[in-house]
Design a binder for this molecule. Structure first.
Ligand code: FES
Length: 122
């Protein structure tokens, strides 16, 4: 069961029980504002730690598929290195009028292990 802080990252219309949390990496794998790519099932997910919080989004930029884990992070926003599309790490939404978005996933930290929540039905 995610702690109180992490439950707040789960969309209000869904309970934490809707997710299965998969061990993805360790806290020691992170540098602040640098993405860590992980493979969970058939997904490649980029996890970021910024301002002491963890965020997980699909790793592929919806523009040309470049890994967003290599993007520049500032104020909970990641900027793709190729053409500068920006995405909110909190919502996955594109910014600056970009209508594309990336899926985002809840993150749970247990000890040194960072886990990513995947909807059980997906
Ligand atoms: S590939 Fe990401 S903005 Fe073009």
């Amino acid at each position: 069961m995610p702690d109180v802080q992490e439950r707040s990252r789960i969309p209000a219309h869904m309970s934490s029980e809707a997710y299965t949390f998969h061990p993805a990496c360790k806290i020691s794998d992170f540098e602040d504002d640098r993405g860590v790519p992980v493979e969970i099932g058939d997904r490649i997910i980029a996890i970021f730690r910024t301002d002491g919080e963890y965020f997980a989004i699909d790793d592929a930029c919806p523009h040309k598929g470049v890994p967003l884990c290599d993007g520049l992070v500032d104020q909970k926003i990641v900027t793709c290195t190729w053409h500068g599309w920006r995405f909110s790490l909190e919502s996955g939404c594109g910014l600056d009028g970009i209508k594309s978005s990336v899926s985002r996933y809840p993150v749970l930290v247990e000890g040194d292990v960072v886990k990513v929540g995947i909807l059980q039905s997906s």
